[in-house]
Design a protein around this ligand. Structure first.
Ligand code: GDP
Ligand code: GDP
Length: 437
């Protein structure tokens, strides 16, 4: 499972700056998908082959009271849900009582914690390293988050405690079928849909969750084909143990998205609006590379005006999901639910497609022949060949000259061209441009 790392510390120690460094790839994504906003609290990052999830938290002052204590509770809840914590200290300010109080509580939590001595740029850190060591949380790692100094080495140390990427992948292959995550805000109908999807099928097995944060993996068959449903809504648990409905966990949802081949993003047509939380989840699905089927639930009991209004909402609030199919269903009555499997298979096939270099290069040549890239400073931008650089989502690497000057409109043209030629539905394409000059 994707390791979850929480960043904590006093206000102004550099948590947001470090968060941005650890989740840098998102800037490019936000630029590529107009209308997508950045989630300022949860972000995906990766070093080499190892992905992780970072949680930024509000600042702590230690010993909070009143309203502050409610906010502090949220920080400690994030700590509780995380697998590891990076506790930031400020090398310019030095340590103070707040740091000691936070350290004390962190020690008591028993969470694996790392000390990052931030703003160590241009500082003589010897004295403060000694003070930080005295907090009893191990050796502090000097970093400068603004420049990114020491950040890779810090994250490598943190990740060293977790299973390597290959082990995680091997474990994934133990489940044979397409992995589907049913995700969405509370009350959109995830458990109703999950029950509906499983109701008629042969359930082969499901895991017992280790902790309340874990999703349950349910293997089942439909028309003789294996699938695994990653249940974030706690359907099986709810029916088995008690009827208590668990609190919605963002982390559990984000891990399920990351772990799945295809996400069914469930939206609630009765709620009227597509909310910020819906858009944020959609952004996380994009970021993870998981394929997507937009599943608009509770389509029953709406008149034609309401339905048009909702369709319009989807266009306006989720304009960056143009690549995904939309299904309008009623989990309660079962209408449209069976069609989701076809969508899941199409999205899965698209996201995991493998295309040879010669085929991609021929497509590129045709695209360029139909519509030449523009001249820049009297020289035409040249696109020479293409190869595939990855899956989930498909990455197309294009080699040429002056590719850094390729206008946005031309990139959009290439996107549409490859999308339609390769019949990709339910996944974005990520382009990388390499230049020889
Ligand atoms: P947060 O409140 O903990 O999220 O802190 P921010 O990330 O907003 O940073 C607070 C201030 O410290 C900002 O002005 C940053 O530019 C500055 N800052 C963050 N990291 C560094 C660093 O590594 N070196 C220096 N010199 N300043 C930093
Ligand atoms: P979850 O929190 O996302 O798992 O949502 P639930 O599956 O618990 O559903 C929340 C509420 O919405 C329940 O009262 C369901 O009966 C209702 N609901 C779910 N699907 C539908 C649907 O397709 N149509 C209508 N009208 N109500 C639904």
């Amino acid at each position: 499972m994707l390791p979850v790392i929480a960043l904590i510390g006093r206000p102004n120690v550099g948590k947001s700056t470090l968060f941005n460094q650890l989740t840098r790839s998102r800037d490019a994504l936000v630029a590529d998908f107009p209308g997508l906003t950045r989630d300022r609290q949860y972000g995906n990052g990766r070093v080499g082959d190892s992905p992780y999830l970072v949680v930024d938290t509000g600042g702590l002052v230690g010993g909070e009271e009143g309203l502050d204590s409610l906010m502090a509770d949220q920080v400690w809840q994030a700590v509780d849900e995380a697998d590891a914590v990076i506790f930031l200290l400020d090398a310019r300010d030095g340590l103070n009582l707040s740091d000691e109080q936070i350290a004390e509580r962190l020690r008591r939590s028993g969470k694996r914690a790392w000390l990052a001595l931030n703003k160590s740029d241009g500082q003589d850190t010897d004295a403060i390293v000694a003070d930080a060591y005295a907090l009893g949380l191990g050796d502090p790692v000097p970093i400068a988050a603004t420049q990114g100094h020491g950040v890779t080495s810090l994250i490598n140390r943190v990740l060293a405690d977790f299973p390597a990427h290959e082990e995680v992948e091997a474990e994934k292959r133990a489940h044979k079928g397409i992995r589907i995550a049913v995700v969405g805000r509370p009350n959109v109908g995830k458990s109703t849909l999950t029950n509906r999807m499983l109701g008629e099928e042969r359930v082969l097995a499901y895991d017992q969750p280790g902790t309340t944060r874990d999703s349950i993996y349910i293997d089942f068959e439909r028309d003789g084909e294996p699938y695994t449903l990653i249940d974030t809504a706690g359907v099986r648990r709810r029916s088995k143990v008690s009827e208590t409905i668990e609190k919605f966990s963002v982390i559990k949802t984000l891990q399920a998205i990351n772990d799945a081949d295809v996400a069914l993003l469930v939206l609630d047509a009765h709620a009227g609006e597509v909310t910020e939380q819906d858009a944020t989840l959609a952004g996380h699905i994009l970021e993870s590379g998981t394929a997507l089927v937009v599943t608009v639930n509770k389509w029953d009991g709406l008149d034609e005006d309401q339905r048009n209004w909702y369709r319009n909402q989807l266009d306006r609030r989720l304009p960056f999901l143009g690549f995904a199919e939309r299904y309008f269903i009623s989990a309660l009555h079962g209408s449209g639910v069976g069609d989701l499997y076809k969508a899941v298979k199409t999205a899965h096939r698209s996201a995991s497609i493998k295309v040879g270099t010669s085929e991609l290069t021929q497509l590129l040549e045709k695209a360029v022949h139909d519509h030449q890239p523009p001249l820049v400073r009297g020289r035409r931008i040249k696109l020479r060949y293409a190869h595939q650089g990855g899956q989930y989502p498909p990455v197309i690497v294009i080699h040429g000259n002056q590719t850094s000057r390729l206008p946005h409109t031309y990139k959009r043209y290439l996107n549409n061209y490859f999308r339609s030629a390769l019949k990709l539905v339910g996944t974005p394409i990520r382009f990388e441009f390499k230049t020889g000059d």
